[in-house]
Design a protein around this ligand. Structure first.
Ligand code: ZN
Length: 249
């Protein structure tokens, strides 16, 4: 592999490193998630500082070092400024970044996940239903990494009328196969979930839903996600819960 390479990427996270550097977590189109050093990025005169901010979509020139690659150049493609301008939007953008960071493996190319996250960040600035967009993102990200939930009939016998969702098995069960497992979902909630799973994220603007359906989806997918990751590691989640309650209140 060449030592110097250019890649399109999204900034998922960064943290201070040493006196003046930042360690930046990038979700790259070609090489998946990786950590890279932005030297001097915490100095006020640094040219790199703005280019490695959270919610940046850009092109990065990386130099492969002994430990982490170093960012030697950067060009911003898209900045998603709405997250800075609207404090209510910020936790949603952060939540999507945290999910991608926790669910994706390092150095596993995932161009579909990159495209998905960029689209979701963009849509959040276009006045879409934030909770629905978050659910759609969860479903699509899980599908992209091989955990597509089975929402077409009972996992075990195929009964098309199945409405019990098993977070552990990642799909529906009918009463005879459930063995007491699974949470009951309304038919409307299930069609909504199937729709979110099967249509492109960009079509979310046309999706209508009720409060009950959104509450059921939230409960079911939180449980589903909890089976794959430690949900308490998502710092944005308590903030989101608080904001959802405030909006509905
Ligand atoms: Zn069954």
């Amino acid at each position: 592999m060449e030592r110097l390479y250019r890649t399109e990427a999204l900034v998922l996270r960064h943290r201070p490193l040493g006196e003046a550097d930042r360690l930046v977590t990038l979700l790259t189109w070609e090489r998946g998630k990786l950590c890279a050093v932005a030297r001097g990025a915490r100095k006020t005169k640094s040219k790199l500082a703005a280019g490695v901010d959270l919610f940046t979509h850009g092109y990065f020139i990386l130099y492969r070092g002994k430990t982490f690659p170093t960012i030697t150049g950067q060009e911003v493609k898209e900045r998603f400024l709405h997250f800075r301008q609207d404090p209510d939007l910020y936790p949603y953008g952060l939540y999507l970044a945290e999910l991608a960071d926790l669910l994706l493996e390092e150095e596993q190319p995932a161009p579909e996940c990159c495209r998905l996250l960029a689209a979701a960040w963009r849509l959040l600035g276009e006045g879409v239903d934030r909770a629905l967009l978050s659910r759609a993102f969860e479903l699509k990200l899980m599908s992209a990494i091989g955990y597509r939930p089975h929402l077409e009939g009972c996992l075990s016998c195929g009964d098309p009328e199945a409405t019990l969702f098993s977070p552990r098995q990642g799909g529906l069960l009918c009463p005879s196969c459930s063995g007491g497992e699974g949470m009951g979902l309304e038919k409307g909630t299930l069609s909504l979930a199937r729709h979110l799973l099967n249509t492109p994220l960009e079509q979310i603007k046309a999706v209508r839903s009720t409060r009950l359906q959104k509450a059921e989806l939230d409960q079911a997918f939180t449980a589903f996600l909890s089976c794959q990751l430690d949900i308490n590691r998502l710092k944005s989640r308590p903030i989101l819960k608080f904001m959802e309650e405030k909006r509905e209140g």
